[in-house]
Design a binder for this molecule. Structure first.
Ligand code: NAP
Length: 307
């Protein structure tokens, strides 16, 4: 089978850390071009806009859109209308409705749209899901606490409206929770906004569900020292702890699974399959929960944030 000729747009941290190595290691792809205003990728054709890239690289099959979410819709629309398969970094867009519109466009243009949720591909997530399907869940806690200065230095977009603030990592937790827990709905939220920012630095969210098992989520972006990316479920068969962002699973204190992570290689394997089948995979539920938290959330002004 011929490799999928792919271009990458928005060359920043995640492209260099994950996309370029994952693409280089996968024979299903040939990275042929990149579009970024200030950065280039070695060994491929480089452009400063997606418009020029789409106009000049005639045999391009697919694009990966890795710019901040506030700028993703316009680029995705152009790519889909040009007949390209589209891989969206998480979160797939700035609003739920714009991503729904992209899904419709993908169908109309007979190409694939992939709303990638990298944390869902963490190594212990499927084992956690399988365990939870065999037990009665009594309650669950999602605890996602990290140091924004360490993981997102100088990223202005993340603090702007639509950048999601602490929900940028929090949506990774939700992408796992919506995959392993029964359907749930935000019932209340408290959002802490630094007085000089347009996005929250912390959030406490409560969810309800049809099985009457309360789910809470605690997000904090000012945690120094050990970082917490955990989902803990109390069940009729003991306590399940999915930790390290989905990399490790323990049940009643015994480690069940702990493997090296390969989220982005798995994402690109999935995208290749979607492209070959001309199928789409767009689950909006993590983004919908974030939107609901913003809609229901009580806002509290807290101390200003400085990098
Ligand atoms: P980043 O380092 O800021 O890179 C994004 C790139 O997009 C920038 O370098 C910039 O390159 C381009 N861009 C285009 N329009 C922009 C605008 N208006 N403002 C700022 N940059 C713009 O961000 P990132 O960490 O790679 O994150 C990008 C996406 O990947 C986000 O949706 C994020 O949630 C997701 N993600 C990030 C991580 C992570 O660990 N960092 C992990 C998983 C997913 P040019 O200036 O050259 O155009």
């Amino acid at each position: 089978m011929k490799p999928i000729k792919i271009g990458i747009v928005g060359v920043g941290k995640i492209v260099r850390d994950q996309h370029l190595p994952a693409l280089a290691a996968n024979a299903d792809y040939q990275l042929v071009c990149a579009a970024s205003r200030n950065a280039t990728v070695d060994g491929v054709s480089n452009f400063t806009t997606i418009d020029n890239m789409l106009a000049e690289v005639r045999d391009l099959d697919a694009v990966s859109l890795c710019m901040p979410p506030q700028n993703r819709y316009d680029a995705a629309r152009k790519a889909l209308l040009a007949g390209k398969h589209v891989f969206l970094e998480k979160p797939p867009g700035a609003t739920v409705s714009e991503v729904a519109d992209l899904l419709k466009l993908a169908g109309q243009n007979n190409v694939s749209l992939f709303a990638s949720w990298h944390s869902r591909y963490a190594p212990a997530v499927e084992a956690a899901r399988a365990f939870l399907q065999t037990v009665q869940i009594r309650s669950a806690r999602i605890i996602w606490k990290e140091d924004v200065r360490r993981w997102h230095p100088n990223q202005d977009w993340i603090w702007q409206a639509g950048g999601l603030g602490v929900f940028d990592p929090g949506i990774n937790a939700l992408s796992i929770a919506t995959h392993i827990l029964p359907p749930m709905f935000v019932s209340s939220a408290i959002l802490h906004f630094p007085s000089n920012k347009d996005a929250p630095v912390a959030a406490m969210i409560e969810f309800r569900n049809a099985i009457g098992a309360p789910v809470t989520m605690e997000l904090d972006w000012l945690q120094t020292g050990p970082q917490s990316w955990d989902i803990i479920a109390e069940t009729d068969n003991g306590r399940m702890v999915l930790s390290s962002g989905g990399a490790a699973l323990s049940i009643n204190g015994s480690t069940v699974q702990q493997h090296a992570e390969r989220e982005y290689p798995a994402l690109y394997e999935k995208f290749a399959k979607l492209v070959r089948e001309k199928a789409s995979d767009v689950d909006l539920s993590p983004l919908q929960h974030v939107a609901d938290a913003f809609m229901l959330g009580r806002r509290v002004a807290v101390a200003p944030f400085y990098d």
